[in-house]
Design a protein around this ligand. Structure first.
Ligand code: ZN
Length: 72
C-alpha cells in the first residue's frame, strides 16, 4: 500500500466558489437559497440575502445604524 499516489485531494471538485450575486458585491456568498431541488442554489452575502426574516434582520439594521451614527 502506497501513500505517494495522492495527486488530487478527494472532494476537491466538490467545492466550488460562490460569491454574492448582488451586482458589484465582492462578499462571499455564505447564504444560499433554492425554492426547489430542481433549481440551482443562488448565493448571497448576509447583507444581501433576500430571505432573512424580520427578526434576523434587526441585528444587521442596528449595526448599520450604529455605523452611520459613527460617521456623523
Ligand atoms: Zn452581497
Amino acid at each position: 500500500m502506497s501513500i505517494t499516489n495522492r495527486s488530487a485531494a478527494p472532494g476537491a471538485n466538490v467545492h466550488f466558489e460562490h460569491y454574492c450575486e448582488e451586482p458589484g458585491c465582492k462578499e462571499w456568498g455564505g447564504f444560499g437559497h433554492s425554492p426547489s431541488k430542481a433549481i440551482p442554489v443562488r448565493w448571497w452575502c448576509w447583507e444581501h440575502f433576500p430571505y432573512k426574516t424580520y427578526e434576523q434582520e434587526q441585528p444587521l439594521r442596528r449595526k448599520l445604524e450604529a455605523a452611520e451614527n459613527h460617521l456623523k
